[in-house]
Ligand binder design. Structure first.
Ligand SMILES: [Zn+2]
Length: 166
């Protein structure tokens, strides 16, 4: 997809040493991936890329918010994301690929697409439970939940109902 093109970083043309890339991650990014729970996003990503003769060191630093459905009231909620993650990618060949526990980039690969890594890391940075702060959930929904609870309290235990008939 066109939007993801910006995440293709040059490699072979880069001199060895430190390089920086900045990205803004918005809703469009997540629309390029299927089955995304992300409704919207406002994330600044700084990527530090250190090129060495045998490997790349990639440090991703995310800061911002993602907008998702609240697990409690299903209305949208902004969840902050602060994550720094370092990934090593070795230069190698395909035979080496399977066994390696680190990412392997083929020798002489002109560029490296980091979009999938970025996508996975954002999910890594999200908490399991995505909810509003206490008391900030959409009221209507909470009322509905509590009124359902009330109704169940009103139901008379059938054993008591029988006693009433005596
Ligand atoms: Zn909520």
């Amino acid at each position: 997809m066109k939007y993801l093109k910006q995440f293709i970083t040059p490699i072979s043309g880069l001199p060895e040493g430190e390089h920086w890339f900045d990205f803004e991650i918005r809703k469009e990014f997540f629309e390029c991936f299927e089955n995304s729970d992300i409704l919207d996003a406002n994330i600044v990503l700084k990527l530090q890329l250190i090129k060495r003769s045998t490997m790349l060191e990639l440090e991703f630093s995310f800061a911002g918010t993602v907008n998702v459905e609240c697990d409690r009231c299903i209305s949208p909620v902004d969840i902050p994301i602060e994550l720094t993650e370092k990934i090593i990618a070795k230069f190698g060949n395909d035979a080496y690929d399977e066994a390696a526990e680190v990412l392997v980039i083929p020798f002489n690969e002109p560029e490296f697409d980091v979009s999938k890594l970025v996508y996975e890391l954002i999910f890594l940075g999200l908490p399991m439970k995505r909810v509003h702060n206490e008391g900030e959930c959409l009221e209507g929904i909470e009322d509905r939940i509590s009124s359902t609870e009330d109704n169940s309290d009103d139901e008379i235990d059938p054993r008591w109902a029988q006693l009433k008939n005596l």
